[in-house]
Write a protein that binds this ligand. Structure first.
Ligand code: PGA
Length: 234
């Protein structure tokens, strides 16, 4: 069983989501499929797809115009929420501390956070990849967590770029994350790979050790691209 999570970012419509759910309804798979959609499209999942949000407020409630709380997301029937996606870190200056607070708000409301970590090209060139992802996991994962969480390794330089790291680079990064989680007493936490995943490369990627699934951006928007990803990931 692999976890196949789509991230629609700021794309799609409710009609497109209904069409995607219909297309996936016809798919027989052991994989766990999650679609993370904009707030306005949040809803109950179906028999074979769970719905997730792409962000959650770090605050519980109150005067935070424009923000959406964990309780509000949970009320829609959504079960997951991405926190600390590189686009949130880049455009909204989210730090590991903020990401940890958001993950806590998710957990408090029964949502499973998909916590993203990954290095920029500058950090990669400076040889800091392992430091960034180790600190990302240590500092973004809430302390003493006992509920389900998911980690996503997203090399930021490869997102939307149509390029992926080598299999060895993915294996090395996932081992560092798995070791860090083990050190924190969180053995068995699923670790997804995300950045430029498509129907052609997904089988090779999920075959890499410590890769428990994928987080898919652009290729999750159309059934004709996303359904083959679900089918090919085994
Ligand atoms: P991509 O995005 O698949 O379009 O590279 C991945 C992500 O941002 O989660």
């Amino acid at each position: 069983m692999k976890i196949i999570a789509g991230n629609w970012k700021m794309n799609g419509t409710r009609t497109a989501l209904a069409e995607m759910l219909d297309a996936i309804a016809g798919v027989t798979t052991e994989n766990r499929v999650i679609l993370c959609v904009p707030f306005t499209m949040l809803r109950n999942g179906t028999d074979n797809v769970a719905i997730g949000a792409q962000d959650v407020s770090a605050n519980v409630r109150g005067a935070y115009t424009g923000e959406v709380s964990g309780a509000m997301i949970a009320e829609t029937g959504a079960k997951y929420v991405i926190v600390g996606h590189s686009e949130r870190r880049m455009y909204h200056d989210e730090t590991n501390d903020i990401v940890r607070a958001k993950a806590m708000r998710a957990i408090e409301n029964g949502l499973t956070p998909i916590i993203c970590v990954g290095e920029t090209m500058e950090e990669k060139r400076a040889g800091k990849t392992f430091d960034i992802i180790t600190d990302g996991v240590r500092e973004s994962v809430p302390e003493n967590v006992t509920d389900d969480i998911i980690i996503a390794y997203e090399p930021r330089w490869a997102i939307g770029a149509g390029i992926t790291p080598t299999a060895q680079e993915i294996a090395d990064a996932h081992k560092v994350i798995a070791d860090t989680l083990g050190y924190m007493g969180l053995n068995g936490t699923p670790i997804l790979y995300g950045a430029s995943v498509n129907a052609n490369n997904v089988a090779d990627i999920v075959a890499i050790k410590n890769v428990d699934g994928v987080l898919v951006g652009g290729a999750s928007l159309k059934p004709q691209e996303f359904v083959p990803i679900i089918n090919n990931a085994k």
